[in-house]
Design a binder for this molecule. Sequence first.
Ligand code: GUN
Length: 283
Amino acid sequence: MTAELIDGKAFALRLRARVGEGVARFRAAAGRVPGLAVVLVGEDAASAVYVRSKGKATVAAGMESFEHRLPADIDEASLIALVERLNADAAVDGILVQLPLPGHIDAARVLLAIDPDKDVDGFHPVNAGRLATGLPGFVPCTPLGCAMLLKDQLGDLSGKDAIVIGRSNIVGKPMAALLTAESCTVTIAHSRTHDLPGHVHRADIVVAAVGRANFVKGEWIKPGAVVIDVGINRTEDGLVGDVDFGGAAMVASAITPVPGGVGPMTIACLLRNTLVAAHRRDG
Ligand code: GUN
């Protein structure tokens, strides 16, 4: 292996410590602590693990965590009524509705009900629009974490050729918007892309967010590229990313491992966004 490992775990711990210091200053100035409400619908095991980790991290940073667990058969109107109560609750600075939601609930309608200024996930269309147009708002946590790792690794990103593989609203599209804002030349690739290996081979920065184990091959990577692997895929060999790590690490200059790369950055950025939300609401 020649690539440097990008230690997202260590970066995330430093960011969480900085957020904790910021929370202490906020508390001294505002006389209250920032609050994050997390809503979990149903019993999805992976979602329950994420929600527990988010709650623990929130408390560890000195903030208040409000957890709302709702049964899988709750109706959409009741879920939206809860979101509206949280919008109006002065102790709540950030609201996160854990996805995926059960099939009978229209997730887009629920996300639309969240006050954009409490939308610390950055999923509300108003925040997507703010990101696309360069206005201050909330940026989804996973792509925000990826951008922080890239800037830490490379410094100025301007003029770099970047490819984002995956076009989801949660990762691919906001990642492309962030890289565009950093003056990269951005390609968004997806399941219909022709000659994906050729596109990847031109990129100085590769962000893989497709949700398929070992999908991006080492021989596609341009020598010296920086590779950010957003994938977390459960396989017989344990957790693996979307990138063939062994192959890519032979040619890249730097790469995020799975686990320990992008994953820890998501929660750290959620805490950061919640502190920012508290400041915007209350000095
Ligand atoms: N499900 C998987 N990732 C996320 C996330 O970042 N936020 C929410 N709300 N749900 C998710």
